[in-house]
Design a protein around this ligand. Structure first.
Ligand SMILES: *Cc1c(COP(=O)(O)O)cnc(C)c1O
Length: 404
């Protein structure tokens, strides 16, 4: 029996997470938002927090707020993400910089720790900024990039990684969830393979944190960065987090020395000495207004819990794939994501020759997905805010546009 809109409404009625949508600021309930993996919706609590910081902390309390409230925020929010969502111990996660700059710092520090090795490994399909950062470091240091070629919907496999490892590889940079296909890489197995080859792996968690349960210590991970404005709903341009395990902290030195990473920073002494611990990964003054929205949003995610979020995420992507099978494959679409829900994150990409124009027609119809070159329509199904009926209505509309 084909799926109906009532089936989707039934799924919403039985969804234990449905009520959390009320904790978000959603002024236009009719808009079908399928891009929460590019920019998460704001929580009401984040909106309130930003206003309070603006009026009370900045407006009224002024400079006193640095010492009283703000200096510790990079650690405080870092630990909230680290302990709540990464399995990290306190003092292993810090917030600050863009993901791009955080990537640069982490790859650079990892390369410094493997001076005798001349190769950096990255996949061709990785997010552009990850590739460009690696290209810049390779050029500056006269290193070679060894590419893992595009793997398509199945993603990077353990054998692909084995195929590029040898004693010349110093650093490997991989995304845990592919930003296009949503393919999920086997984190513990790949990490173990890279470490046993004597290299350091940096995981990019932008498309997994808040969508896929993570336990970095269990999986042997020592170094990772991730976004806070996608599934963590921290707000546009909210700073990235960097996780450095305490073992890696002993081995790595952050390369962009600034006053915020110096010990006794307020003494403003001659000469640089790194701060002890994860604060040595800071560089300059953090963007307070960009950072404060993260906390209430991450608190909500932690309160709901990643197992329940993952369960709903898989149900959402399963519904999308079922609707694709029923009504979009017969219209000439193809699936650009893994079929097995265990092997993908919280988005789905569908191929169609007219993907670009279909995407803009969807946007005009009040449905916001994302277009990915050359022929992908990407549907981000953020579990805390996406309803099953949104998936149904969005894909029905897509089918109608193709038929028209
Ligand atoms: C979104 C995303 C980024 C973004 O980097 P910014 O510096 O925040 O713009 C980086 N890597 C991946 C894998 C992403 O999905």
């Amino acid at each position: 029996m084909p799926l109906t809109r009532d089936d989707a409404l039934d799924l919403d009625a039985g969804d234990p997470l449905a009520g959390y949508r009320d904790e978000f600021y959603i002024p236009d309930d009719a808009l079908i938002y399928l891009d929460g993996n590019s920019l998460g919706r704001p929580t009401k609590a984040s909106r309130d927090r930003v206003r309070i910081v603006l009026d009370d902390d900045w407006g009224t309390n002024l400079i006193r707020s640095w010492e009283q409230r703000w200096v510790g925020l990079p650690n405080h929010i870092g630990d909230l993400i680290g302990r709540g969502l990464l399995g990290a111990a306190p003092g292993e996660t810090i917030v600050g910089d863009t993901t791009t700059v955080a990537l640069y710092k982490a790859v650079s520090a990892a390369l410094d720790a493997r001076p005798e090795r001349s190769v950096i490994v990255i996949e061709r399909d990785n997010f552009p900024t990850d590739r460009y950062v690696v290209e810049s470091l390779a050029q500056q240091r006269n290193l070679t990039i060894r590419w893992i070629e595009e793997r398509g919907p199945s993603g990077v496999a353990v054998d692909d990684v084995h195929g590029v490892l040898d004693e010349t590889v110093g650093v490997v940079v991989l995304s845990h969830v592919d930003y296009r296909s949503a393919a999920l890489v086997d984190m513990p197995t790949v990490t173990a393979a890279v470490h046993s080859a004597g290299a350091i792996i940096l995981w990019d968690l932008c498309h997994s944190v808040g969508a896929v349960p993570l336990d970095l210590p269990r999986d042997g991970v020592g170094l990772a960065v991730g976004c806070t404005y996608k599934y963590l709903n921290g707000g546009p341009g909210a700073p990235a987090f960097t996780f450095v395990s305490s073992a890696m902290q002993a081995e790595l030195r952050q390369p962009i020395w600034g006053w915020w990473s110096r010990s006794e920073m307020f003494e403003m002494e001659q000469g640089y000495r790194p701060e002890v611990g994860i604060r040595s990964w800071l560089t300059g003054t953090p963007g307070v207004l960009s950072m404060v929205g993260i906390e209430p949003a991450v608190e909500l995610t932690v309160r709901v819990g990643m197992p329940a979020i993952r369960q709903k995420s898989m149900a959402l992507t399963e519904l999308a794939v079922s609707l694709y099978d029923e009504s979009l494959a017969p219209l000439g679409c193809w699936l650009l994501s893994p079929r097995d829900p265990e092997r993908r994150g919280s988005h789905i990409m569908l191929g169609h020759p007219d993907a670009a124009s279909l995407t803009s027609r969807l946007v005009k119809a009040g449905i916001l997905p994302d277009y990915r070159r050359p022929d992908g329509i990407r549907l981000g199904l953020a579990p805390l805010t996406t309803r099953f009926v949104d998936v149904y209505d969005g894909l029905e509309r897509l089918a109608a546009l193709i038929r028209a």
